[in-house]
Design a binder for this molecule. Structure first.
Ligand SMILES: Cc1ncc(COP(=O)(O)O)c(C=O)c1O
Length: 383
């Protein structure tokens, strides 16, 4: 199965017909417990918090997509982040990108701040990283592209430095999905995903996952998952298995649409600046081309005017839904300062460039001409 191409793996790994009935689509094992032949004699399944056949299929599929030996899924992305923080010894130092998902920032600064020491750094500043990694923190947590500023961190470069100092590297790969970027292949120890986003792709599940090649990390995270309880449900696992089948073609369309929209926005007089890794104007466009096999569906742009202009524009769009989240088939638009990154203090937001005229778009897979027209009409009304 390892040799299969991505577009085949999403459909077939963990998707074998049901052995009992031949059902082509996997059954949902909606059960909490399993009958045993004799005390302790079972078929590998005892209790669904620990193991469930539908979840097993999903984990097999996810592992294959990141070229990993192991995968584990949880009831949300932040639940997986939490298990990873629980795994680190009390009193650890964690270096974290200064432009990560607001919920990750909130968890680190309000939940785990009593247990660990967190330092937020610009992970594209390699001189600073050299210094910080030499102090041997337990882990470096990276999101690339960053959220919402879409800066690209050189994963291989960071992993090379981190290895020298025996620092674990965890990459949140949610924005790119395994279709466009595979951090484990570049040296990362753990890759995480919010399954809620591109992997499920239909905005009807909240879920999280991690993939790794280290058996001891998988074992420890499984122990924590089983002890603390945030396992993903059979039904959600099944929905993700269903959504994942079209991941390859969805990602192609997300990117195709995003590139057209980014170019349109870049040429529009009402727009101050557009950030999209696929644009030549992106400061790390060359690195993006090297590290990723595509540029994804996320665009960040700065509209002329301040908060009022942003608010007016966001109220005018009709096809783009004004909503948090990303990675679904439908286009979403949001205002990070008020929405996804509200838990990041204003002064911190402003110091890294999350201003009141910054708008983030998750480009869906609709007909791009409808999306372009929707944006154009909303921008024209600004004049
Ligand atoms: C990049 C990134 N990582 C992690 C998460 C957390 O995932 P979840 O919402 O599934 O808990 C999100 C959610 O928006 C995200 O955008």
């Amino acid at each position: 199965m390892k040799k299969l191409k991505f577009g085949t793996k999403v459909i077939h790994v963990g998707g074998e017909p049901d052995k009992e009935t031949g059902a082509v689509m996997p059954p949902i094992y909606q059960t909490s417990t399993y009958a045993q032949k004799s005390p302790g004699k079972h078929q590998g399944y005892e209790y669904t918090r620990s193991h469930n056949p539908t979840r097993t299929r999903l984990e097999q599929n996810l592992a294959s997509l990141e070229n990993a030996k192991y995968a584990l899924t949880t009831a949300s992305g932040v639940a997986m982040t939490s298990l990873i923080m629980q795994m680190l010894k009390k009193g650890s130092t964690v270096l974290c990108g200064d432009d990560v998902y607001g919920g990750t920032y909130r968890q680190f600064t309000t939940v785990y701040n009593d247990r660990h020491n967190f330092e937020f750094v610009d992970t594209t500043d390699y001189k600073l990283l050299e210094e910080k990694l030499a102090e041997r923190p337990a882990m470096i947590w990276i999101e690339t592209p960053t959220n919402p500023l879409l800066k690209i961190t050189d994963i291989k470069k960071v992993c090379d430095i981190a290895k020298k100092h025996e620092v674990l590297v965890c990459v949140d790969n949610t924005f790119m999905s395994p279709y466009f970027q595979n951090p484990l292949d570049l040296g990362a120890d753990i890759v995480t995903h919010s399954l809620t986003k591109y992997i499920n792709g239909h905005s009807d599940v909240v879920g999280g996952a991690m993939m790794t090649n280290h058996q001891h990390i998988h074992k420890e995270l499984f122990r924590l998952q089983n002890s603390m309880g945030p396992s993903s449900s059979p039904f959600d696992s099944w929905l993700v298995l269903r959504g994942i089948k079209t991941l390859a073609i969805r990602m192609q369309r997300h990117e195709e649409n995003a590139l057209k929209i980014a170019k349109f926005l870049e040429s529009h007089e009402q727009i101050e600046k557009v950030v999209y890794p696929g644009l030549e104007s992106h400061p790390q466009h060359e690195l993006a081309k090297e590290q990723m096999s595509g540029f994804g569906g996320m665009i960040t742009f700065f509209i002329k005017g301040g908060l009022e202009a942003s608010r007016n524009f966001l109220e005018k769009v009709q096809i783009f839904s004004l909503a948090e989240s990303l990675g679904g088939v439908e286009s979403l638009i949001e205002h990070p300062a008020i929405m996804t990154h509200a838990s990041v203090p204003k002064e911190v937001r402003e110091s890294i460039g999350i201003s009141d005229n910054l708008i983030r778009v998750s480009v869906g897979i609709e007909d791009v001409n409808d999306l372009l027209l929707d944006l154009e009409v909303a921008l024209e009304s600004q004049k």
